[in-house]
Ligand binder design. Structure first.
Ligand SMILES: Nc1ncnc2c1ncn2[C@@H]1O[C@H](COP(=O)(O)OP(=O)(O)O)[C@@H](O)[C@H]1O
Ligand SMILES: [Mg+2]
Length: 225
């Protein structure tokens, strides 16, 4: 039997009392699973991913990661579980005056050595993402697509069990989108569990991965779309 990494039970969220953004969200991710969350703009993808990653609290329901209940655990347990999760937020969270190098090195410094992805692999990612020449440049000078790749690269600094990515290719051209998707598929094949949000039905169709649809506040897991 597969090892359950993430369990989401009856999750619901209302930013305004009584106005549910989504409810009855239930799904499990086993180690090595790949799940897309597909939904239009405003469907609730980002708020759901932030809640699943424990950056926000749900209005009701529970998230368990490797058996730790995110709604009912000590800060120490929460930190320990979060260490195994990498998150690529839609709003990137970069600091404009810092260089690409600053972003990567500060992230690496915040990680114990054993949790850092090795230098050679990081160099390969830099090359793949076309960011080598930008290493010492402040991210304020980067295009939207380049900034998004910095956020991806930063998330990939950390060895993780679960990668949660919110529209990670939303600002990329066709070629870069598929380079990145190819990388995500390879990471998944090497054992990383993937949870990705997108509004791009065509991408989900091409990739032929399991998909959940978020629409009108309801969440439904489909095998294929
Ligand atoms: N922090 C917040 N405060 C109030 N409303 C929010 C907040 N975040 C999101 N919303 C609302 O929740 C709904 C879903 O937003 P979001 O999760 O960002 O959707 P998506 O990522 O699918 O576009 C939207 O109507 C949005 O305005
Ligand atoms: Mg969003």
């Amino acid at each position: 039997m597969k090892n359950i990494l993430l369990k989401v039970e009856n999750l619901a969220k209302a930013f305004t009392p009584g106005e549910m953004v989504w409810q009855n969200v239930n799904f499990d991710l086993a180690q090595g699973d790949f799940l897309y969350i597909l939904g239009g703009s405003g469907a609730g993808k980002s708020s759901l991913l932030r809640t699943v990653a424990s950056f926000e609290q749900p209005t009701s329901g529970q998230v368990y990661c490797q058996g730790v209940n995110f709604q009912n655990s000590s800060n120490a347990d929460l930190m320990r579980s979060r260490k195994r999760i990498s998150f690529i937020p839609q709003n990137l969270g970069l600091i404009p005056d810092l260089t690409l190098r600053d972003h990567i090195e500060l992230t690496q410094l915040s990680l114990p050595l054993m949790d850092r992805v090795d230098h050679g692999t990081m160099q390969n990612y830099l090359q793949l993402m076309g960011l080598k020449d930008k290493w010492n440049k402040p991210v304020a000078t980067f295009s939207g697509g380049e900034k998004q790749r910095v956020a991806i690269l930063r998330a990939l600094c950390k060895k993780c069990d679960l990668l949660i990515a919110d529209e990670p290719t939303g600002a990329q051209d066709f070629e870069m989108t598929w380079k990145l998707m190819d990388l995500f598929v390879k990471l998944n094949l090497s054992g990383t569990t993937m949870l990705l949000a997108t509004h791009d039905l065509e991408m989900v169709r091409r990739l032929r991965k399991r998909c959940a649809i978020l629409r009108d506040g309801t969440f439904k897991v489909e095998e294929r779309v």
